[in-house]
Design a protein around this ligand. Structure first.
Ligand code: HEC
Length: 164
């Protein structure tokens, strides 16, 4: 998955002038290049369940220190990121830090998103915020939450061994 992210970055770094609206540009970045679906959209037998797009991924990373799944990144206020500001979302995307100050697991490839131009970042954020709110998918599994972080969502990071 990271390899796809890296290959994708080369594409958007080299795309210069774009006669598109920010939402169109964001759609191109998200749909064709940055593959957020891979980790944030649930999968069924026939592939991604697009009517529940971005409501939480089906894949689980089971690490020694934590278990994590891709979060609900729709504007749903209870199980998604509907309460986040644009600035909150940008910070998460390039620094991996939630509004509460708690970092996300590195499976979220924020380190690769640092090189985005401010304009592309604006377009990406506009697009992500334009998708319909969707409750967290039951397909994504509910795994508990990181109790230290009021912004963490069920189904995301479950830390093991205290502050590991
Ligand atoms: C390789 C898998 C992967 C890709 C690709 C990916 N993410 Fe993530 N993302 C994750 C995981 C896993 C988490 C949960 C991390 C945690 O809870 O510690 C996450 C967390 C997030 C969060 C924080 C949500 C919250 O409530 O804390 C946002 C926002 C987000 N991702 C947006 C995006 C966007 C937008 C894209 C595409 C540009 C993207 N992600 C691509 C794996 C990925």
């Amino acid at each position: 998955m990271l390899r796809i992210a890296i290959a994708g970055l080369a594409v958007f770094v080299s795309s210069v002038a774009w006669g598109q609206s920010p939402i169109e540009r964001g759609s191109y970045l998200v749909d064709a290049v940055m593959v957020c679906d891979g980790c944030h959209t649930p999968r069924g037998p026939a592939g991604f369940i697009m009517e529940k797009r971005f409501s939480g991924g089906s894949q689980t990373w089971d690490e020694p220190a934590y278990t994590v799944k891709g979060s609900n990144i729709t504007p749903d206020r209870d199980t998604g990121i509907g309460a986040w500001s644009e600035a909150d979302l940008k910070r998460l995307l390039v620094e991996g830090v939630r509004p509460s100050g708690v970092s996300v697991a590195p499976q979220m490839p924020y380190a690769f998103y640092k090189i985005m131009t401010p304009r592309d970042l604006d377009a990406l954020v506009a697009y992500i915020r334009s998708v319909p709110p969707e409750e967290r998918s039951s397909d994504a599994g509910l795994q508990g939450s990181d109790a230290r972080d009021p912004h963490s969502r069920r189904g995301e990071t479950v830390r093991r061994g205290g502050d590991a």
